[in-house]
Each structure stands twice: as structure tokens, then as C-alpha cells.
Design a protein around this ligand. Structure first.
Ligand SMILES: [Fe+2]
Ligand SMILES: [Fe+2]
Length: 317
């Protein structure tokens, strides 16, 4: 395994940062004018594609109405999860922008725009949570607290945080392009939220790559080895959140499900496990499976480090 670092030289760094600025300006959107446009969700709207929720394949014993309700719960959690992640992503980008303060002003502008966009996305996802609350029964709980999670994540080294960020920001693109955009049944408002989000995330994923590689070039082999452990700890931390949220979403489902029939304890456990499997797919495995992320990661680490990461992921099935 080569650990040759592909950090762009100073002469070539700016063109990629500059293109991100250009694209960011060209596609810039407004929450009310472009995304929400005074729309609301309908009471039976579908939020997420079946390939992301895993409901059709794992919970066929539920009625279509129950599965639709679970789809809406997962969609609400999906929007909240991105709002949560963006808290630490924005803070980390502000932090790494320090390296550019008195250097590449184009790179600095790209990272400032990135942070500004993440603040806007958090506002968008708060608005979406408010709209979802208006058309779903009371009692939904999004468990993770953004600042607590951000403190945990930002306690790990920058290399690991940028690796996780790059993964998540590539995920938003793959989910939108390959699943959400092509599902004709999804709520037009929900689809637009992730269309507009994807447009800005496309620039973020490029900037993640540039900053991750720039950070990697600063590390000794020993520091990089420790950074791999931090990345594994971050993935375990994410999984802990997913377990809590799967439990909370299962409890909310049981308390509010549309059909009055009672599920036995085994069926409730099956619902909880299906939610956890879907969340692990959405936030962990579908990201790691992306070719681009794999190329970037294996370009920076040794085969032994890659096996450590694979071993940790294998425990999350
Ligand atoms: Fe975002
Ligand atoms: Fe982003």
C-alpha cells in the first residue's frame, strides 16, 4: 500500500477551491423562496425510498399503513440526523480555515462559504422538523443533542473528523442521485429539500477531499495510525447514536401506529432491529461502500489499517 500523499501543490490547490466558489455562487438557494415555497407535508406522504428504509424487505408482516408511518419516522430522523452532523462539520471547517487565514485567500473563501451553507442547512432541517411535527402525532423524539455530539466528535483528531465528514457528504449525494431523485412516490417537498441540499453538498465533498489530504500530509506514520483508531471510535460513536434513535423511533411507532392490532414482543424487536439496520445502512455502510470514498481512504492508509477499519465495520451488521 502506498501512502503517497496526493495533496495538491500550492500552484494547483486554488483552481479546485475556486471552482467550488464559482459553483457555490451559481447554485446558491434560499430556504423559503426556492425550497419550501409555502408548502407543507401531507398526512400520508412518503419521505424516503424503499431501498434506504429496508421496510418492504424486512417488515412485510406490517400493514402498508404501518410501513408508511415507519417510512415517515425514518425520513424525519434522516432530516434531523443531517442537521445534527452539520453542527460539527461547520465548526471543524471554521477551525481548519485558520490555516488559510494568511495564505490562500481563495481556499479561505471556499471554506467560509461552506460553513455559511451548513448554517443554512441546519436552519432548513429545523424547519423541516417543524413541518413534520405538524403532520405527525405528538411524541416523536430525536435523541442526540447536536452540541454534545459535536464535542465528542471534535475531541478526535482532525484527520478522523475530516474522513467522517467526507464520507457523510459523499453519502448525501449518492442517496439523492441514486435513490431519492428517482422515486416518483416521494413527497415533492421532501425531494426538493434533498435536491437543494445535494447541490451545495457537491462542493463540500470536494473541499473535504482537499482539506483531508492537506491534513494527512502533516501527519507522521504514527500519528496517522492513531488517527485510524480515532476514525474507528467515531464510527462506533455514530453507531451508539443510531442504536438510541432506533429504540426511540420504535417506541414512537408502537405508541402511535395507525393499526390498533398489538404486536408481540418478538415483532417489536424485529421492528427495532429493522430500524437499526436501516440507519446503519443509511449513515455508515452506504458511505463506506462508495467507490470515491474507498479510493481516497485507501490512498492514505496502509492495508493493515484498512483491515482494522473493515474489522470494526463488520461488527456493525
Ligand atoms: Fe449540509
Ligand atoms: Fe455539507
Amino acid at each position: 500500500m502506498q501512502s503517497a500523499h496526493t495533496m495538491p501543490s500550492p500552484a494547483t490547490a486554488s483552481p479546485r477551491y475556486a471552482r467550488c466558489i464559482e459553483n457555490s455562487k451559481r447554485i446558491r438557494w434560499d430556504i423559503d423562496r426556492d425550497v419550501i415555497r409555502q408548502r407543507e407535508f401531507g398526512a400520508a406522504d412518503k419521505f424516503l425510498p424503499d431501498g434506504m428504509t429496508l421496510l418492504e424487505e424486512r417488515l412485510a408482516f406490517l400493514s402498508p399503513g404501518e410501513r408508511r408511518f415507519l417510512n415517515r419516522i425514518q425520513g424525519r430522523t434522516y432530516a434531523n440526523m443531517f442537521g445534527l452532523i452539520e453542527r460539527f462539520v461547520g465548526a471543524k471547517m471554521l477551525e481548519v480555515s485558520r490555516d488559510h487565514w494568511f495564505g490562500d485567500q481563495v481556499a479561505l473563501e471556499a471554506l467560509v462559504r461552506f460553513t455559511d451553507e451548513e448554517l443554512k442547512h441546519q436552519e432548513l432541517f429545523r424547519r423541516i422538523e417543524g413541518l413534520a411535527a405538524r403532520c405527525m402525532p405528538a411524541g416523536y423524539l430525536f435523541v442526540p443533542e447536536p452540541n454534545t455530539v459535536a464535542q465528542f466528535v471534535l475531541g478526535k483528531c482532525t484527520w478522523a473528523v475530516l474522513a467522517l465528514t467526507c464520507d457523510v457528504e459523499l453519502v448525501t449525494q449518492v442517496h439523492y442521485r441514486e435513490s431519492i431523485a428517482v422515486d416518483a412516490e416521494i413527497s415533492p417537498l421532501f425531494k426538493d429539500v434533498f435536491l437543494f441540499h445535494w447541490k451545495e453538498e457537491s462542493q463540500h465533498a470536494v473541499l473535504d477531499e482537499l482539506e483531508w489530504q492537506r491534513e494527512d500530509a502533516k501527519l507522521t506514520p504514527e500519528e496517522r495510525d492513531a488517527a485510524v483508531d480515532d476514525l474507528i471510535a467515531l464510527v462506533a460513536g455514530v453507531d451508539g447514536l443510531l442504536q438510541l434513535q432506533a429504540q426511540a423511533d420504535c417506541t414512537y411507532f408502537m405508541a402511535n401506529k395507525p393499526q390498533a392490532g398489538v404486536l408481540d414482543a418478538g415483532e417489536v424487536e424485529t421492528v427495532r432491529n429493522a430500524l437499526l439496520a436501516a440507519y446503519r445502512w443509511q449513515y455508515i455502510h452506504s458511505g463506506v461502500a462508495q467507490v470515491r470514498f474507498g479510493e481516497l481512504l485507501t490512498g492514505l492508509i496502509t492495508p493493515a489499517q484498512g483491515q482494522r477499519i473493515q474489522g470494526a465495520l463488520a461488527g456493525l451488521q
